[in-house]
Design a protein around this ligand. Sequence first.
Ligand code: CTP
Length: 396
Amino acid sequence: MSKSVLLIIGGGIAAYKSLELIRTLKKVGIGTRVIMTKASEHFVTPLSVASLSGEKVFTDLFSLTDETEMGHIELSRSTDLVVVAPATADLMAKMAQGLANDLASTALLATDKPVLLAPAMNVRMWHHAATQRNIETLTKDGIHFVGPNPGEMACGEFGLGRMAEPAEIAAAIEKLLYSDARPLSGKHVLITAGPTREPIDPVRFISNHSSGKQGYALAEQAERMGAKVTLVSGPVSLPTPPGVTKVDVETADQMLAACEAVHAPDLVICAAAVADWKVANPATQKLKKNDKAEAPALSFAANPDILKTLSNLKSGRAKLVVGFAAETVNVIANAQEKLKRKGCDLIIANNVSEGVFGADKNAVHVISKDGVENWPQASKVDVARRILELCAGRLK
Ligand code: CTP
């Protein structure tokens, strides 16, 4: 299940960074519902927040429509974590006193979920005895903090009080959301991703439409779930997920060699779209047209099957080997046959005639010797997380 946070945007100049925070959370599959204080509307508009979060923005404690759609009590509880960013001196003071005179403070008093504050204020306000007293009270109440950081302030002064950067806040959020969910701690996961490129000559190659998104989502989520991750990747235009060791390859032969060089992984997931054939004798110089009427005849040779090779290793076979099956017809029957033929433990099958390549969503069937599970369409990030949770259960 994907997680969600209730983000309360306080009224400070750092409010603009909260827009970036919403985007960052969205990218990692965390949904955001937002409450804005009246003061925050001087810095960012509910419209821009709503456009980024894709959800209605709540601003008013006494709005009849808001209350009938979702009461403030439910708003504060139908979430996994409450985040206040920027947390102003005023909001923190209200929290420390238990005041509830607007929607933000009421939600903060009503919530039964953990709360994370990202304070932002002038350096003198931060160091003021009243603020420090409030921080002490809030810490005793079990409230979590990220930042503030030292640096130059919008007001021109220098010191402690800058709000933590969106990436830092997102990391703190993930740590709190998934602290009980690092089921791959201590495991080494090897993942293949992306297409391979098989050269015809130095300037031409044969490849396919794989975007690498599913493999990269698996690598990113495995790392978040505590695994050491090696990602062997064909050419794609995706950033390397943080904390993941990436090995770049082009051909299937290189991909196999890079995988075999990884010492005793616990889990292997082959998500790459490996070319089944390579050109038998790629030309060492560019093939010239030279106005010849005839096209060159290419002869092909079989590529190694990486999934099959890693599934059948005599020594150092991973405890769990997972493959994907890209099918256009008879999805389940073909995938069941693939499971047997390749000797892997699980096959994640999808129908690639339905525009999976490059898409952000995927509906898959999970095939093992125990049977078939049909998973509903979900984002590739959610699919990745669910696959990894399943694998973590089997690795226990
Ligand atoms: N695979 C691999 N090495 C290959 C071909 C495929 O590791 N040379 C892996 C893929 O990463 C995937 C699984 O095998 O996990 C199935 O890939 P797919 O393209 O669906 O199947 P193929 O083996 O190519 O079989 P077919 O062409 O008959 O569908």
